[in-house]
Design a protein around this ligand. Structure first.
Ligand SMILES: C[S@@+](CC[C@H](N)C(=O)[O-])C[C@H]1O[C@@H](n2cnc3c(N)ncnc32)[C@H](O)[C@@H]1O
Length: 197
């Protein structure tokens, strides 16, 4: 194993262990904590929608950062946290009827991820296609001035995703949390101040 690989593995283990010790349902929780420390999104939010929320690490962080936040979350898998402020839909977001929920979300998060094949460009295209689908429903879900945070895997579609988000939001930033493996193509996009065209 190359020393870089070894270091990355160690780092991964470090966050897995840390999550277990600190009671978080996912190591991904640390990524949202870092996003929040830099962008202060959750503290200002009152109504949050989460795409791909299971097992629930991000929901835990959202409630911790803002105990009054109301969360609506969707995932194919079950959420491992039950809380009176979380309304969870155990469904495929592609088939979900968004009309049936109360909308007007000020914050929308996506940590959604397809099953991976290990083939980087295939995985990139799969996730990108999901992000395009999510962007399509933003108009139905989000209020003017809202914030959208999404994970992407870097690759050919990245420019197009950024281009669309720049059209829909006033400010679009990239963020790579320290808790995200350095060698992974994962990066987060923080799109702020939704224009609702
Ligand atoms: C990286 S995990 C999310 C981790 C979460 N942020 C946390 O901290 O616990 C990605 C999630 O996307 C979900 N997912 C993938 N495709 C989906 C779909 N079509 N509809 C809903 N959820 C989906 C997966 O089931 C998985 O739970």
């Amino acid at each position: 194993m190359k020393s870089k690989d070894w270091l990355n593995r160690q780092k991964k283990d470090y966050f897995v262990k840390k999550a277990k010790k600190e009671g978080y349902l996912s190591r991904a929780a640390y990524k949202l904590i870092e996003i929040e420390n830099k962008f202060k999104i959750l503290k200002k939010s009152s109504k949050l929608f989460e795409f791909g929320a299971a097992p629930g690490g991000w929901s835990q962080v959202a409630l911790e950062m803002n105990p009054r936040i109301q969360i609506t979350a969707i995932d194919l898998l079950e959420l491992k946290i039950k809380h009176p402020q979380i309304k969870f839909y155990n469904e495929d977001f592609l088939k979900f009827n968004y009309q049936k929920i109360e909308r007007n979300f000020d914050t929308i998060l996506s940590d959604i991820a397809p099953n991976t094949t290990g083939h980087q460009s295939t995985d990139h295209l799969r996730l990108s296609s999901m992000i395009f689908d999510i962007i399509e429903v933003l108009d139905q879900l989000m209020i003017t001035g809202g914030v959208f945070v999404t994970k992407i895997w870097k690759g050919s579609e990245e420019k197009e995703i950024i281009k669309i988000l720049k059209y829909k939001f006033n400010k679009v930033s990239y963020f790579k949390p320290d808790s995200s493996r350095k060698d992974s193509v994962e990066i987060f996009i923080i799109a702020e101040n939704y224009k609702s065209l």
